[in-house]
Design a protein around this ligand. Sequence first.
Ligand SMILES: [Zn+2]
Length: 68
Amino acid sequence: MLRMRDRERKLISKIDEALGRIDDGSYGRCEDCGGDIGVERLRARPVTTLCIACKSQQEAEERRRKLG
Ligand SMILES: [Zn+2]
């Protein structure tokens, strides 16, 4: 229960950040490369801050870190 609340809090803070980005006009732009994240991806993950290319790069780096 506590863990679930923690997850909810994290999600809510992500939604807050997303709303802030809508306000300042940076919503839908990749934090890393500055490119468009894409409507399809935003529809699937509305709180994402990375485009698919940067996200998969980040995931590949995380995998490398875990292995190394
Ligand atoms: Zn990107």
